[in-house]
Design a protein around this ligand. Sequence first.
Ligand code: SAH
Length: 223
Amino acid sequence: MTETPEPPLGPEELAERKMRFLFGLRSKGVTEARVLAAMERIDRGQFVRGLFSARAYEDMPLPIACGQTISQPSIVGLMTQALDVGTRDTVLEVGTGSGYQAAVLACLARRVHTIDRHRRLVREAEELFRRLDLTNIVARAGDGSRGLPEQAPFDRILVTAAAEDPPGPLLSQLKIGGIMVLPVGQSDTVQSLIRVRRLETGFDYEELRPVRFVPLVEGMASD
Ligand code: SAH
């Protein structure tokens, strides 16, 4: 696909948009200083290409390659906040997409493993991580609904595509005391963001808010 990029923003305009971006996050409930600092450090403009890059600092999801989307920044912030990531944590993200959410997590965690069923998205995200010197992210192509057994268990798991129910393999790859945040729902329109905590004896489920994500699809994509 050929896209005509809009002219790049001047430095003042860019700084102004980034400031509004951060104010916007706060007003939507992203209030934790560590999360805001991570989102200030990671420039969303780097993760959106072509036609839509001028809208990178608006609070809306945007199309990326392979018919997928980069999530709305306030949702990235709220999900990151709900995950309560510690500096020593190993995190699994299912649904690399543009790599933006993984990059934000990488500022907070010890290590981030991120997995996507589209090889192309993984390749492009890896290039960006290298360019931005985010050395604690490991990206790989695979079916994330099976988790990443060779690296399990995880302190935290974040899923950025919606399943009907929390996938069993992901529940079993969560450490005791660990937290998983994910959208669940039976259709494209009615989904809830939930937080699952693994206890000694089972799981505790908490519903956080309505959301709308692309579906979690089993198996690898062809590209
Ligand atoms: N976190 C991303 C947004 C992801 S959109 C970002 O920050 O940009 C959801 C992603 O989930 C898509 O890229 C899609 O390819 C991926 N996905 C869907 N089903 C999957 C599966 N079973 N395993 C891995 N990735 C999956």
